[in-house]
Design a protein around this ligand. Sequence first.
Ligand SMILES: [Zn+2]
Length: 224
Amino acid sequence: MNLWISAAGLGAAFAGLTTAAVMHPSSAFGGAVRRGPAGTVSLTFDDGPDPTWTPQVLAALAALDVRASFFVLGDAAANHPELVTRIAAEGHRVEVHGANHRTVVFRSPAALNAELIGVVDRVEALTGRRPRWWRPPFGARPLLGANPTRAGLRLVTWSWSAKDYVLGAAASAALPEVRSGAIALLHDGAGAPSARARTLAALPILVANARAARLAVEPLPDPS
Ligand SMILES: [Zn+2]
């Protein structure tokens, strides 16, 4: 009997530890946002700015007359500050992807906060606006948590991916129906031409589908 109780207690304790390890990042962030406002579709671009692809994405968005959100890397922003300024000048919002594209899963909260604040400060210096959203590389959160509110950031992931990191697969009109509140994940960072061709091919289809569904294509609004 005692042995059974001990085993059950141990199991409960282990389950508690496991749950705590899984839940902690979520609670530390107040939960990740996966949906935008009803009636809208948000186009979001990760991994830039990139001197080859960001200007092509900006040209495509201008031709479609839509504004989007760009989740930049601090290192890339340092290398191409003029592109960060241009993104904002063309009416888009610049948000934070990370200091670089290494995963933050094992990063300490202190180191991560310092990195995020560094990127926020850099973007504000280039655009005049402090970013409000953070999407970690690969969408993977730090196991030890962090306090992105210190950097003024809220965690956001996505509801739909263009899968424009897949090589050699062209986007088609068979893209799924765009839903109200969708946050679409795309990329303007360095990538294979076939992958970025997929990005550029997906844009007019996404926007046409959104407009056909009477949804407004807008940047992700600031978190409340
Ligand atoms: Zn990324």
